[in-house]
Design a protein around this ligand. Structure first.
Ligand code: F3S
Length: 408
């Protein structure tokens, strides 16, 4: 891979061990994937934040780094609401280690916004054609597909390396030839809301790491596209998709010859039974315990906001919770900035007894593990909660998630 003289100098260690290590990570990836050079990035979104996922080894690694990021950089959700962790049921030892992780990132100049929806907090982080180094799978999918920016599925260390150097290796989804659809999906029934998460569960399992292109008979909103991409990133490894006539690069692409028809019955099956193909018969959680798919328990937590909710989604929740209290404990996850910009909506939601948590989510927080079964409107959470929390999950439309004792 071609390196400029300055890049060579960084690689030789003249700018210190942290930048040397960062350059080694970027050039190693570039060599593995056949990149011709490094390219400038516009922003970084860095995963590997929750103490639940990175543990003591990750905390130690981040704490040892020195330097300052040179592009706008924000964090993925942490393992707790940084202020309301006790209310979530997080213990003090976890909270103190989580705080040390955030402090270590802040020392490197990373913004302490812990969210998987960076595009809601700053539009300048990603625009059409921008090269990025993002690492949360739903954010990657949204950036590539809905915004038309370009990012690979970065790991936490490679995204942080890119943030420190301001560049990433030029391969994968940065190149036109890897943005061409590989599999088509036709859906001829009307879809709305959580249907898109269910469709994502089905399509992601079929598409794997390919690039799906959809021909839909409904016109999805950006919120619905967010749900579709998030679910495909969880049930498969989809980082980019196109929707004919909707997403910004779809007009540049031919609809693929290999096409799968998805019917209403299959979408309904996801709500009734969970997603079939590609899901296996059971999960093993982090402790190696077998967890059988298909939650038989009555859900005892409603968890919304995967990916983190926008202001308009908070508005919808506030409207649905008007005049009644939900029958179960309800968490709504969003970013700190969206919460702070919408105090009236947050108050209306929390007046019902539901909680609006920021900086975190139901998947990366250990607080979810004490529940038996999570009810969610998200295809991604539906897939990940059993896998990563060892807790059952069901998916439903948002009005069903927020129904009161009387079912209304
Ligand atoms: Fe975001 Fe957590 Fe879902 S990181 S996409 S809310 S699993």
């Amino acid at each position: 891979m071609y390196l400029t003289q300055e890049e060579e100098t960084i690689l030789e260690g003249e700018y210190g061990p942290t930048l040397k290590k960062a350059m080694e990570i970027l050039t190693t990836l570039g060599d593995i994937y056949g990149a011709d050079s490094l390219i400038q990035i516009n922003s970084a979104q860095i995963a590997g934040v929750s103490y639940k996922t990175i543990g003591d080894a990750g905390l130690e690694w981040i704490s040892d780094l020195e330097g300052t990021v040179v592009v706008p950089s924000i964090l993925n959700p942490a393992g707790m609401d940084m202020d309301r962790w006790q209310e979530m049921g997080v213990d003090a030892d976890f909270a103190s280690k989580q705080a040390r992780i955030i402090e270590a990132y802040m020392r490197l100049g990373v913004r302490c916004e812990c969210t998987c929806t960076p595009y809601y907090i700053d539009e300048e982080l990603a625009a059409f054609g921008d090269h990025l180094a993002w690492s949360e799978s739903s954010a990657i999918s949204y950036a590539n597909s809905v915004i038309g920016a370009r990012t690979n599925r970065e790991g936490g260390p490679s995204a942080l390396s890119a943030a420190l150097i301001g560049k990433t290796a030029n391969y994968g989804y940065h190149l036109d030839e890897n943005r061409v659809p590989t599999i088509g999906f036709e859906v001829d029934c009307k879809l709305t809301g959580a249907d898109y998460g269910a469709l994502g569960c089905l399509a992601g399992a079929e598409a794997g790491s390919g690039v799906p292109m959809f021909r839909l008979s409904s016109k999805p909103s950006k919120t619905e596209l967010k749900a579709l991409g998030a679910a495909m990133a969880a049930s498969g490894a989809v980082a980019l998709y196109h929707v004919e006539g909707i997403t910004p690069e779809s007009g540049l692409q031919e609809f693929p010859g290999e096409t799968i028809i998805i019917e209403r019955r299959q979408i309904d099956d996801v709500f009734d039974e969970g997603c079939g193909k590609g899901w296996g018969d059971g999960y093993r959680n982090g402790c190696g315990e077998e967890y059988v798919r298909g939650c038989q328990d009555e859900p005892d937590l409603v968890a919304l906001g995967c990916p983190h909710y926008s202001a308009s989604e908070l508005e919808e929740v506030a409207r649905l919770l008007e005049d009644h209290n939900p029958a179960k404990e309800v968490w709504i996850c969003t970013s700190r900035m969206v919460r702070d910009a919408n105090p009236g909506l947050v108050r209306r939601i929390e007046d019902s007894g539901a909680k609006v948590f920021v900086d975190t989510c139901m998947v990366v927080s250990p607080a979810t593990d004490r529940f038996r079964c999570v009810l969610t409107d998200s295809g991604k959470a539906f897939k990940y909660v059993p896998n990563l929390c060892g807790v059952g999950a069901r998916i439903a439309h948002i009005n069903d998630c927020l129904a009161g004792d009387d079912g209304n």
